[in-house]
Ligand binder design. Structure first.
Ligand code: PHE
Length: 443
């Protein structure tokens, strides 16, 4: 594996399709399936959707392209990429590295829950009509079972980067993503045939302008960054495996389009079903792990639909988990000149240690809170609301003002390049600073 440590022998995606599947796999995750639908519902449905699309295209696309450009130009992981610009910027790379440890610590716990639900629906250990709130709460509060499920999820994620970029990451995404899309279409279409499904669609698509305010705009922007995997060097790492002549504008367009369509489809899969059975379109983790099992309980072939849904959720989380791990693996592999296999084992072990307190946040450590937040909530909040936006601002400033990426790596069109650079230098950083300060309730 020594070859991987030199930029010249760096692995390359074997096709444009492989790259799109890998970036889409990273982007499409828990963020799309449960977070997007419910946030959209709470923030005025169609109005939010419109904001989200406008912001994705005009604001988030800039740091997204920026990450890909940095990776493509430097052909290094996130730490070495920053170091190559200037040794003094090493800390910025390390900040991304730390973020790539923070996110898996809570993300993989939820990944473990999906594994548990797959077992329940596959083996029928609990009759479908008895899977309820208590099922979720008793499971999550146990000390050992959720930890074991989390470890299973971690090992499954790690197995792919362990095998390498082409044989592992690329193959996983090439196979899993098309399967994911077929399953999503199947469930979304089935949902449309349920009685009263139109109410669910109204909830999603009928604009409610009374809910439109500044917070909505910021929420839409925050959601767009997280779901597009911008802000921790994921796309720097994946971009570093691109060939020099690959068209990143086209890929980014497809990525934004694909990610948005999938998020909307996830809503179409969930809300008609929730409304059809008169359930509350309530928030967050509860919607997926508590409300949806009630839908499956009431459906004919509920066990089958439940199984498909949780396998789909698992696939989404798995391909994102792979990309989360690859950031830190690629970073330390080249920084400390170790093999890919050793790097994978080291990073998985570090993440495992931190996963223990996040898992126990729902049981043993539930009473231990800092500023009213459990360890799980602290990791989630710090990563999503502090580290991701902070890293994105630093990225835009460093790449826009200092690196000034080569035009030919982005486009042949001079006008496009100058608009891109203008947005990158003058518009995106202040908008992101505002987002962050408002998000943190500083303003
Ligand atoms: N985009 C992923 C999701 O929507 C989460 C993620 C964030 C993955 C940052 C990688 C980097 O679930």
């Amino acid at each position: 594996m020594a070859i991987e440590r030199s930029a010249a022998k760096r692995p390359n995606w074997s096709s444009g399709f492989a790259f799109i599947m890998a970036t889409l796999g990273s982007a499409v995750g828990l963020g799309n399936i449960w977070r997007f639908p419910y946030i959209m519902g709470q923030n005025g449905g169609a109005v939010f959707l419109l904001m989200y699309i406008v912001l994705s295209v005009f604001i988030c696309s800039i740091p997204l392209l920026c990450e890909l450009l940095l990776g493509k130009q430097m052909r290094r992981g996130v730490i070495r990429s920053y170091e190559k610009i200037n040794r003094k910027f090493s800390a910025f790379g390390w900040l991304c590295f730390i973020t790539s440890i923070f996110i898996p610590c809570f993300y993989f716990v939820v990944g473990g829950w999906t594994v548990n639900y797959i077992f329940i629906y596959l083996l029928g250990t609990i009759p479908v009509d008895q899977i309820n709130t208590a099922t979720f709460e008793t499971f999550a509060a146990q000390p050992i079972a959720p930890l074991i499920m989390g470890i299973i999820f971690l090992v499954l994620c790690a197995a792919f980067p362990f095998r390498g970029v082409n044989k592992g990451i690329e193959q996983a995404n090439n196979i899993i993503m098309p399967m994911f899309i077929i399953m999503l279409l199947f469930l979304a279409i089935t949902g449309l045939f349920l009685p009263n499904s139109i109410e669910g669609l109204k909830f999603m698509f009928a604009p409610d302008f009374t809910k439109f305010n500044f917070t909505t705009v910021l929420t839409a922007l925050g959601q767009a960054l997280f779901t597009m995997s911008v802000g921790m060097g994921c796309l720097v790492t994946y971009g570093s495996y691109l060939k020099k002549d690959s068209d990143i504008i086209q890929s980014s367009g497809l990525l934004i389009l694909g990610n948005t369509i999938i998020a909307v489809l996830a809503g179409v899969m969930i809300f008609p079903a929730v409304f059809s059975f008169n359930l509350e379109p309530s928030a967050g983790a509860g919607l997926v792990f508590i409300t949806l099992p009630k839908v499956f309980a009431a459906l004919p072939f509920g066990q089958f639909f439940g199984l498909i849904f949780f396998v789909l959720l698992f696939f989404a989380a798995l391909t994102s988990g792979i990309s989360l791990l690859e950031v830190s693996i690629a970073a330390i592999l080249e920084k400390f000149k170790i093999s890919r296999k050793i790097a994978t084992v080291i990073m998985s072990s570090i993440i495992l240690v931190f996963m223990v307190p996040t898992t126990w946040s729902f049981g043993l450590l539930n009473g231990y809170k800092l500023l009213g937040k459990t360890f799980f909530e602290i990791m989630d909040f710090t990563a999503s609301n502090v580290l991701l936006p902070l890293n994105t601002i630093i990225l835009c400033v460093v790449v826009g003002w200092i690196l000034k990426p080569k035009m030919e790596l982005l486009t042949k069109n001079e006008k496009f390049y100058s608009v891109f650079m203008f947005l990158l230098k003058f518009i995106v950083p202040p908008v992101l600073v505002l987002l962050m300060l408002f998000g943190l309730d500083v303003l």
